[in-house]
Design a protein around this ligand. Structure first.
Ligand code: HEM
Ligand code: NAG
Ligand code: NAG
Ligand code: NAG
Length: 321
């Protein structure tokens, strides 16, 4: 009899512990989140990304960047996809995004396909996270496992987008601190910057570098000036990786070693400072870059997801339900 009380107490405690664990684990992302509710979700996303990248290789870069700009502002919650309306201000006009972010139509197209296969099930935030991985793979880069189950925000933050996403004039210490604010080491920041091995930038973002920076290869600078005059041509494009702009490889780091970073912020990673040794490592060891990049992308994709009953599954990625 003496054991009755403690044992039933123990059972109650066990039940509470069990429910706590269950609540916690149901709020986690997992690899099989859609395996019964939408078994084709991942293959639908992959096919759509592959066809978008096949029609325009740069789209792979644009989709990767969309995930970064989503996750760095209140976590990976698809806040970046919300359109401005008369009574709602989203993130699309933030300095780093305005006239710059791309890929929204590809996300819309994927969402439409998913809604017709399994209505109301797959979040926009997960679509962006999976599309970023599939984009990197489509351009020859490393793969990683994307856990899913993120939900979509009902809010966005213009001020967060303006303050959390680093700009192209950033110094090394500003880059380190922007990423450190999100929990990333300097090495992870350098690995993630290797994303600039694909995609394009507008003249407005690199003009000052090609006319005024000292640590730039002069042949490289001259080659860019024709399409990026001292004034005008703000939206004219140049590849972030001058050697292989549509291959996800480690040439970005080799370019930095020869003063051919396109953005001032790129060249800050190799300018006699503390990041030089990391650039040297990734330049000489592509597989170290590939695995560090993949690990850092997993970490980025896990920034403050909405799970459980938080947020919603938007029907249309551009607006809340
Ligand atoms: C380290 C700090 C970073 C800075 C200062 C930065 C800045 C920029 C800028 C200014 C552009 C050109 C935008 C334009 O001209 O319209 C750009 C493009 C791009 N960024 Fe970053 N970025 C950074 C990190 C990242 C990260 C972490 C990722 C992905 C994980 C990323 C992915 C990309 C891609 C793929 C493009 C090309 C997009 C396209 O062609 O549509 N960037 N970035
Ligand atoms: C915002 O405006 C739209 C029309 O553009 C209207 O349908 C909606 O009810 C408004 N929402 C709020 C919260 O005022
Ligand atoms: C965004 O770009 C448009 C041009 O497409 C410009 O008219 C507008 O002023 C810009 N918005 C901001 C907030 O910079
Ligand atoms: C700059 O780049 C050009 C073209 O790739 C190369 O021939 C030249 O040696 C480089 N100059 C310096 C100073 O590294």
């Amino acid at each position: 009899m003496k054991t009755t009380m403690p044992s039933s107490l123990h059972n109650v405690a066990g039940l509470i512990l069990f429910s706590l664990l269950f609540t916690v684990s149901s709020a986690q992302l997992s690899a099989n989140f859609y395996s019964s509710s939408c078994p084709n979700a991942l293959s639908i996303i992959k096919s759509a990304v592959n066809s978008a990248v096949q029609s325009e290789a740069r789209m792979g870069a644009s989709l990767l960047r969309l995930h970064f700009h989503d996750c760095f502002v209140n976590g990976c919650d698809a806040s970046v996809l919300l359109d401005d309306t008369a009574n709602f201000t989203g993130e699309k006009t933030a300095g780093p995004n305005n006239n710059s972010l791309r890929g929204f139509n590809v996300i819309d197209n994927i969402k439409t396909q998913l809604e017709s296969s399994c209505a109301g099930v797959v979040s926009c935030a997960d679509i962006v996270a999976v599309a970023a991985r599939d984009s990197v793979v489509a351009l020859g880069g490393p793969s990683w496992n994307v856990v899913v189950g993120r939900r979509d925000s009902t809010t966005a933050s213009l001020s967060g987008a303006n303050s959390n996403i680093p700009g192209p004039t950033s110094s090394l210490s500003q880059l380190i601190s922007s990423f450190s604010n999100k929990g990333f080491s300097a090495r992870e920041m350098v690995a993630l910057s290797g994303s600039h091995t694909i995609g394009q930038a507008r003249c407005a973002t690199f003009r000052n570098r090609i006319y005024n920076d000292a640590n730039i290869n002069s042949t490289f600078a001259t080659s860019l000036k024709g399409n990026c005059p001292q004034s005008g041509g703000n939206n004219n494009l140049a590849p972030l990786d001058v050697v292989t702009p549509t291959s996800f490889d480690n040439n970005y780091f080799k370019n930095l070693q020869s003063q051919k970073g396109l953005l001032h912020s790129d060249q800050e990673l190799f300018n006699g400072g503390s990041a030089d040794s990391i650039v040297n490592t990734y330049s000489s060891n592509p597989s170290t870059f590939a695995s560090d990049f993949a690990n850092a992308m997993v970490k980025m994709g896990n920034l403050s997801p909405l799970t459980g009953s938080n947020g919603q599954i938007r029907k249309n990625c551009r607006k809340t339900n």
